[in-house]
Design a protein around this ligand. Structure first.
Ligand SMILES: Cc1cc2nc3c(=O)[nH]c(=O)nc-3n(C[C@H](O)[C@H](O)[C@H](O)COP(=O)(O)OP(=O)(O)OC[C@H]3O[C@@H](n4cnc5c(N)ncnc54)[C@H](O)[C@@H]3O)c2cc1C
Length: 410
């Protein structure tokens, strides 16, 4: 019996938040693209487009603008005008203000599932993108002339070949492993509990980040006047917290956050995510490349994982578009090298920044409490420092590729 085959310019492994965005960003170029996704998006257990809320940075907004998607994403999201950062039990607090930064909004919050609906409808309409789903990449073969991937699809197998294979299959990427790239992993011993609730006082376009005894608690404005929360709790206490009934959970999270937003009520469904730092040792192998969480998995404290992955997408699109105009194929070593050099600094800085936030605010070491107070207060008093921090959280620091500047790729 003959096996089904297909030949493409680019194969993207994983159609989560990053893989889908990459396919859409590349779609205007003269390329044949295959996207392979293991879990159907309508499945409740789709691991990327779930009930989490994601804060989209300004550079991600610009990318969606350049891709012609922003109108729909904006309609499905809530703007953040102010970010209020505080440390439980200490008097220092800090704020970042959109007006002070000279922007309409510091970012926008969208529910992953809702963003998924917008992205998927455009992917369905992209004529040069074939989606294989549910299908899993089981084996790869990286050669000098082409890369091949064997897919498990229904009960059979399929062979696809391409010039460039992109691993966008998340922090536990099996494609990365097949590429022979090692990964540094550190378990934070924490879990993120997410959900949404109603606050007595309106969030009024404000996002809150509070460093609690358990770990950071973020409260974000989401649709229908509700507040999405991401609460980091210690692994040792996670099962107890997840086992609390709604009233007990509300009382506990209220106790940690305080009364700044009045009484919490009407909690929605809760879910939890184990938190690990992961960092790939390199970003490329022969005719293959890593983007998004397969390259770097961050603690959600800085709300930057997706945004950082989108900057990978923007840089890769520039590298590929420039290569095509010079008649260079997208899997050429020069394209891969340019991408790896371009992304190294931004990824390294954000991994270090996020990790140091977790350590600073998670540590019980004596003396660090004072440092945290000085950090919070000092941070707020020095507009220059705050502006630099805000530039990073908005994704506007460093050399910006076309899409991050809001310029269409073609
Ligand atoms: C609680 C929490 C809150 C967060 N909040 C924010 C935030 O506010 N802002 C922000 O920027 N980031 C945030 N993040 C980070 C963000 O969610 C991730 O960075 C982002 O989802 C990564 O997307 P990805 O597509 O790279 O990986 P994933 O989301 O892991 O998607 C990988 C996809 O690949 C598929 N797949 C896996 N293996 C295979 C295979 N062999 N073959 C085919 N398909 C495969 C999977 O089914 C999945 O669909 C948060 C993370 C957490 C845990």
């Amino acid at each position: 019996m003959s096996r089904k085959t297909g030949n493409y310019d680019i194969i993207i492994a994983g159609s989560g938040m990053i893989g889908t965005s990459l396919a859409l960003a590349l779609a205007p170029l003269a390329l044949r693209i295959a996207v392979v996704e293991a879990v159907a998006r309508k499945e409740v257990e789709q691991p990327s487009f779930d009930d989490r809320s994601t804060a989209l940075s300004r550079s991600t907004q610009r990318m969606f603008e350049a891709m012609g998607l922003w109108g729909e994403v904006l309609a499905a999201s809530m703007p953040i005008s102010k970010i209020h950062v505080s440390d439980q039990g200490r008097f220092g607090f800090s704020h970042i203000d959109a007006e002070e930064q000279g922007v309409d909004a510091l970012g926008h919050v969208v529910i992953n599932r809702v963003l998924g609906n917008v992205l998927q409808s455009h992917l369905d309409a992209a004529k040069n993108v074939d989606v294989f789903c549910p299908a899993r990449i089981e084996r790869i073969d990286l050669g000098r002339e082409q890369a091949c991937a064997t897919l498990k699809i229904n009960d059979g197998e399929m062979e696809l070949s391409c010039q460039l294979l992109v691993a966008a299959d998340g922090a536990n990427s099996s494609v990365r492993e097949m590429m022979g790239i090692s990964v540094l992993k550190r378990d934070y011993g924490q879990r993120a509990v997410i959900g949404n609730l109603l606050t007595e006082k309106s969030l009024d376009q404000r996002a809150f980040e509070r460093f609690t005894r358990q770990g950071p608690l973020a409260i974000l404005p989401v649709a229908e006047g509700r507040a999405g929360f991401v609460w980091t709790v210690s692994e040792a206490d996670a099962d107890r917290i997840l086992g609390l009934d709604d009233d007990e959970f509300l009382a506990e999270i209220q106790d940690e956050f305080g009364n700044r937003l009045g009484k919490f009520s009407r909690i929605g469904k809760r879910a939890s995510y184990p938190l690990t730092l992961s960092k790939a040792a390199r970003l490329t192998a022969t005719r293959s490349i890593l983007v998004g969480n397969s390259a770097h998995g961050l603690h959600p404290v800085s709300a930057q994982g997706f945004n950082l992955g989108m900057r990978d997408v923007a840089a890769l699109c520039d590298c590929i578009a420039d290569a095509l105009s010079d008649s260079i194929d997208p899997g050429d070593a020069r394209v891969l090298d340019r991408y790896a050099v371009w992304r190294r600094t931004d990824q390294k800085k954000l991994v270090q920044f996020t990790d140091s936030l977790v350590r600073l605010f998670g540590s019980k070491r004596p003396g660090l409490g004072t440092l945290r107070n000085i950090g919070m207060i000092g941070f707020d008093l020095i507009p220059g420092v705050r502006r630099t921090f805000a530039k990073h959280t908005m994704g506007l620091a460093g050399e910006l590729p076309r899409l991050s500047r809001g310029v269409p790729i073609r």
